[in-house]
Ligand binder design. Structure first.
Ligand SMILES: *Cc1c(COP(=O)(O)O)cnc(C)c1O
Length: 476
């Protein structure tokens, strides 16, 4: 690549140089795909050496792109937990689809500005169509679906809280929390994703306003919730929101959606379904019944960058309350282009203003795989997890969660301590052949393995079983 221009000319090199660079990148990615399964899922990192290697770049002089790309790829190979490895049985981080990676590239290259519909009509309509599709699969009437693509589940959940507050107290938006006649409080299960605490902090209701309701079988205990609601009301607090988690982060548990919808309906409370991970199940006819009742939620969070296997970040907030969303994010300024009739400007239905075209990676993945291709993959993950559960049980592990989703939590009946399970997970991770994590469920220590990569095969599941069995033998 001797003719690749450096300096300012590198911003937009002539086509032959650009093509040579792209070829270099695709070769690197092909090599990565071929070699990943044979390498460790993760390896210990010397933080000081890593920082020194990065700081060697002082940016004073230009450098050849293949040198820089090669060095960065080496750093990424050495100092990353490889979520794209077939034996990454970790958190909800997928191996991205190739179409998802292509979507990221096209989105970056066209760089549409999604704040105003009139600046990016094609991108805005693609995203709006995807939201209607996802909402439709989740049971909303598609024509009533409003929402926005978000950076991830945390932003989508934050949007739900802003929306619920604005709907409960229109004055919240203009005069703030001080205009409220009391303290707003919200409810989520003790197994929920604790981004709720940061969100409570940021929205001004305060972390103490998040009531963590105990669980039975890792699902929210609805009678307990009802008692807390009554007690809080009696104490003068103002309940406004209940969060149903549809696929908990630790165990893939799904809160009782219909019971929560009944209770929220009776009490006039906003029901939000946090299906950041589990929402993907709606694409499979076999798994979708597990989400029954989610269509009764006022709003739903779904992350495309989890089980829908697109690159980070892409979440979505869905609601049937278009008006509430518009009220939450309304603003007009002279410098923004005027609205176009029959369209929604994304900056008036989202916390973000300038925004990346996040939906494209999902659009391309879905269009090429088809909904049926996704369903096949989701069902396959669920089957691999069922196989994993059976093998672990046969080898004497206690299976401690019960979910149709591919999250398997298991404990050593011989030693139930947290320290023991932490040591087991650490031993597995140190060995590099697989990646799992320790987890606490309702106070009980366990190990957690999630099947989420389309690269994972039943042979990889067997390696995981072998690896944890061996770790148990040598860890006391
Ligand atoms: C991952 C997750 C979140 C947070 O989503 P991000 O995409 O990481 O911001 C929230 N809730 C649940 C249930 C999750 O699994």
């Amino acid at each position: 690549m001797d003719d690749f221009p450096l300096g300012r000319a590198s911003f937009d090199p002539p086509p032959p140089a650009a093509e040579a660079l792209w070829r270099h990148v695709t070769e690197l990615l092909a090599d990565e795909r071929e070699s990943i399964a044979g390498r460790a899922v993760s390896a210990p990192v010397d933080a000081a050496a890593l920082r020194a290697a990065v700081e060697a770049y002082d940016f004073e002089r230009p450098a050849a792109p293949e040198t820089v790309i090669g060095e960065v790829a080496d750093l990424l190979r050495e100092a990353t937990v490889h979520t794209t490895h077939p034996r990454y049985f970790g958190l909800f981080n997928p191996t991205p689809t190739l179409m998802g990676i292509v979507g990221e590239t096209l989105a970056a290259a066209f760089n549409p500005q999604l704040a105003a519909w009139s600046h990016a009509p094609a991108a805005a309509e693609i995203e709006a169509h995807l939201l209607r599709f996802l909402g439709g699969r989740l049971g909303y009437p598609p024509e009533r679906v409003a929402g926005s693509f978000t950076s991830g589940g945390a932003e989508a959940n934050m949007t739900a809280v802003l929306l619920a507050l604005t709907r409960a107290w229109p004055r919240y938006g203009t005069e703030g929390l001080r205009a409220l006649p009391g303290r707003p409080v919200m409810y989520a299960s003790a197994e929920s994703h604790l981004a709720w605490l940061k969100i409570a902090h940021a929205t001004g209701i305060g972390r103490d306003a998040v009531r963590l309701v105990p669980t039975t079988g890792l699902r929210m205990d609805v009678p307990d919730l009802a008692r807390r609601l009554a007690a809080d009301r009696a104490a003068g607090d103002l309940p406004f929101l209940v969060v149903a988690t549809a696929g908990t982060t630790a165990a893939g548990a799904i809160d009782p959606l219909h019971e929560l919808a009944d209770l929220c309906g009776d009490q006039g409370l906003w029901l939000h379904a946090d299906a950041a991970y589990g929402g993907a199940a709606a694409l499979s006819d076999r798994l979708r019944p597990a989400l029954s009742g989610i269509e009764r939620a006022d709003s739903i969070t779904v992350d495309a960058h989890k089980w829908l296997s697109v690159p980070m970040g892409a979440g979505a907030l869905l609601t049937t309350d278009a008006e509430g969303l518009a009220e939450t994010f309304r603003v007009t300024t002279s410098y923004m282009p005027a609205g176009v009739p029959e369209t929604v400007d994304p900056y008036t239905s989202s916390q973000q203003w300038s925004r990346r075209f996040m939906g494209l990676k999902l659009f391309l993945s879905l269009a090429v795989a088809g909904r049926s291709g996704y369903a096949e993959q989701l069902d396959r993950d669920a089957e691999l997890a069922a196989g994993l559960r059976a093998k672990l049980a046969a080898d004497g592990w206690d299976i401690v969660n019960d979910t149709p989703l591919p999250v398997v939590c298991f404990a050593d009946p011989g030693n139930g301590t947290w320290e023991h399970h932490e040591a087991l997970a650490a031993r597995v991770v140190r060995g590099g052949r697989a990646w799992i994590s320790p987890v606490r469920l309702d106070g009980r220590a366990a190990l957690r393995a999630c099947v989420i990569s389309h690269r994972t095969s039943s042979a990889d599941v067997d390696v995981l079983v072998e690896t944890v069995d061996r770790a148990r033998k040598v860890t006391t």
